[in-house]
Design a protein around this ligand. Structure first.
Ligand code: PRX
Length: 649
């Protein structure tokens, strides 16, 4: 794992500023260590205590944890409602506090919802969903822009015990179809369109195309956002506003089991088929709430902005559930960071006096490229804490963030976690843990993380290995929707006898016990913080009639972290020219979405394979990265392939 070496040479250290530590929820390394030790020595006592303190239960639980590897049940016997925890319980103390400050992409468009207003909207929309005949446990797909109604939709589902599956608005009709069918969704919630860089994303058209092949879908609820005309199916489609107008007033929160499914969120794995990560109610809510408060050191008057889209897990946990369960004021922004100008986010920070700002390394690298003059135009002095998530952050980007945005005053929390983990797992606590640029630092409470070799031995400082989690945690995924076998094999089979969770990430631990994440060790790639499976892109490519075989690898990219390079062999008689190249790129966009568009398509006469016929991606990676020296080729079946691949490149 030589990629890590430059990181480990990183000697800079940033202790929490004393004035920050003084007022922090966890204000010293000793306090962090004490709580961490307690969480590991007596996990059930620790989590039981916090579940009682942080969550409003309708019925208390009987047992903190039942661990039947690889299946965990947390807070069994307990009954709760997640939307009541996010809304109803704040009405008395925070009714008039702003829950969501929403900023639309078209400049000047803003909406503010207090806890009272959000509660009323959720109650009514839940009644509207109920009027469609949806029952607890039914699945509802949500394919919507970043507008308050998307959060309202999620919370309304939670209110009734419906299981939502949010599909990122950048996915194509084909991708929607696969996800809706896999979940067996009865309803799809969408909008007439969403704004993106001044253009309208045709969300309803995509849903129409998808749903034509989704036999389980009975209803499509359409929010009017842009006012464009959309095709209409009278039997199936209903306007959001009509449904709400006709619904009886208010739906009370349903009491559901702690282990009742809250949502499914599809993410990429190592096969062509996305995985439906299943999260349940009590444990997920506890993880999101506790990390929200302690990692972001949340104070009553904070204005919290996580820039993620709700289509990703970060948006679930830190735009909707975490902030609202903690009673915070959250920002939600509809559009692109450079629309109309590259200072849009800084304008919002200044205007709404954001205190905590959480974004992805890709965005930070884009800000760097756009130049310091953009943030310099705005007063960023309201900021007190910064965060990053989604990919490894290079020290140069960390330092830029620290200096230009944080004015060398705001601690940075580099938070490692995954769709599967539900909430933040490895992170500094900003008032306690000194940071090192490029390291996610130390495990959060209850997280028994280690870096091990194939045999499961801890590798110790200075060597690379696999990041594993050695015991269950409340917000962990419970299974893969409809595919428990894949759940077992994907996450638990590698260290089966020990019952450890395999993260799929490579990492190192340094002398201070700090974790340095290298990146994925499987065929999952991370492009601009978006997780994609190379197999998904390959199967999209081979679904094109001209393509015989395809292999997709990532090469390093200065802004996006990684970029997609596709090696493709085409059938006899097919012209491998520029036209086909762009057709293939667009073909992938149609099958998956623009986020999967290959940066490069390279035509090859043959792909390098082992004698047993396995494509040697390692070699392709080296070629894609333009390396002179490529890795071990002793198992390569046909050496001439390499030479031609290089020429063709
Ligand atoms: O490789 C790790 C990377 O993102 C993966 C998880 O992707 P996803 O499920 O889409 O969730 C992203 C947001 C939680 C991980 O396996 N990753 C996430 N955070 C970090 C990271 N890599 C390095 N440092 C991080 N802070």
């Amino acid at each position: 794992m030589t990629d890590l070496d430059p990181l480990l040479d990183e000697q800079r250290r940033f202790p929490p500023p004393p004035e920050f530590a003084r007022d922090a929820r966890i204000g010293s390394m000793d306090e962090y260590r004490r709580l961490y030790r307690e969480s590991i020595a007596d996990p059930e006592g620790f989590w039981g205590r916090l579940a009682e303190a942080e969550i409003d239960w309708i019925e208390p639980w009987d047992r903190v944890l039942t661990w039947d590897p690889p299946h965990a049940r947390w807070f069994e016997g307990g009954m709760l409602n997640v939307s009541a925890n996010c809304l109803d319980r704040h009405l008395e103390t925070r009714g008039h506090k702003v829950a969501i400050h929403w900023v639309g992409e078209p400049p000047g468009e803003q909406r503010t919802l207090t806890y009272r207003e959000l509660h009323a909207a959720v109650e009514r929309f839940a009644a509207a969903l109920e009027s469609l005949g949806l029952l607890a446990g039914d699945r509802v797909a949500i394919y919507m822009p970043m507008v308050p109604e998307t959060a309202i939709a999620m919370l309304a589902c939670a209110r009734l015990g419906l299981v939502h599956s949010v599909i990122f608005g950048g996915f194509s009709a084909e991708a929607i179809k696969d996800r809706v069918n896999d979940a067996g969704a009865k309803a799809v919630l969408t909008a007439d369109g969403g704004w993106r860089r001044g253009k309208i994303v045709p969300l309803k058209d995509n849903v129409d195309e998808a749903v034509a092949e989704c036999p389980t879908v009975e209803h499509v609820v359409v929010l009017r956002r842009t006012g464009v005309e959309v095709a209409w199916n009278d039997e199936r489609d209903v306007w959001w506003s009509d449904l709400v107008r006709d619904a009886p007033r208010g739906a009370p929160p349903a009491a559901v089991d702690a282990e009742h499914p809250l949502f499914i969120l599809y993410t990429s794995g190592t096969t062509g088929k996305p995985k439906g990560i299943l999260h349940t109610s009590g444990g997920y809510l506890l993880g999101a709430t506790l990390t929200m408060k302690s990692v972001f050191d949340l104070k009553e008057d904070d204005v919290f902005w996580c820039t993620a889209d709700v289509g990703w897990v970060t948006g679930h946990s830190y735009v909707v559930y975490g902030p609202l369960a903690a009673g915070a004021t959250a920002i939600m922004y509809e559009g692109a960071p450079d629309h109309p100008e590259p200072d849009r986010l800084w304008e919002i920070v200044a205007d709404l006096e954001v205190t905590i700002f959480y974004t992805a390394p890709t965005a930070i690298r884009a800000f760097m490229k756009w130049g310091e003059e953009w943030p310099a135009k705005h007063d960023l002095s309201s900021l007190r804490l910064l965060g990053t998530v989604g990919e490894p952050i290079n020290p140069a980007a960390w330092m830029w963030y620290h200096r230009v945005i944080g004015k060398e005053r705001c601690p940075i929390v580099d938070t490692w976690w995954q769709t599967e983990t539900g909430s933040i797992m490895i992170t500094p606590l900003p008032g306690a843990v000194p940071t090192k640029p490029g390291s996610a630092t130390v495990p959060f409470f209850g997280v028994d993380a280690d870096v091990v070799d194939d045999a499961g031995e801890s590798v110790g400082p200075g060597s690379g290995g696999y990041l594993v989690i050695k015991r269950p945690w409340p917000s962990m995924l419970r299974t893969l929707w409809g595919d428990d076998e894949r759940y077992r094999s994907q996450y638990w089979s590698r260290y089966e006898e020990r019952g450890w969770y395999f993260t799929g990430d490579g990492a190192q631990i340094d002398e201070d016990g700090y974790v340095w994440i290298v990146g994925r060790v499987d065929d999952v790639i991370n492009v601009a913080g978006h997780r994609l499976g190379t197999a998904e892109i390959e199967s999209a490519l081979v679904s094109h009639e001209a393509v015989v075989e395809a292999a997709v690898v990532a090469r390093p990219d200065e802004i996006k972290g990684q970029a997609i390079v596709a090696f493709v062999t085409v059938g006899g008689g097919v012209e491998s020219d520029e036209t086909l190249r762009s057709e293939l790129r667009e073909h992938v966009v149609r099958r998956i979405g623009a986020l999967a568009r290959p940066a490069e398509v390279r035509f090859a006469q043959a792909l390098p394979k082992t004698r047993s016929g396995k494509i040697m991606r390692r070699l392709l990676k080296d070629i894609a990265a333009g390396k002179e020296e490529i890795g071990d080729t002793t198992t390569l079946e046909d050496y001439s392939v390499l030479a031609t691949l290089r020429q063709e490149a």
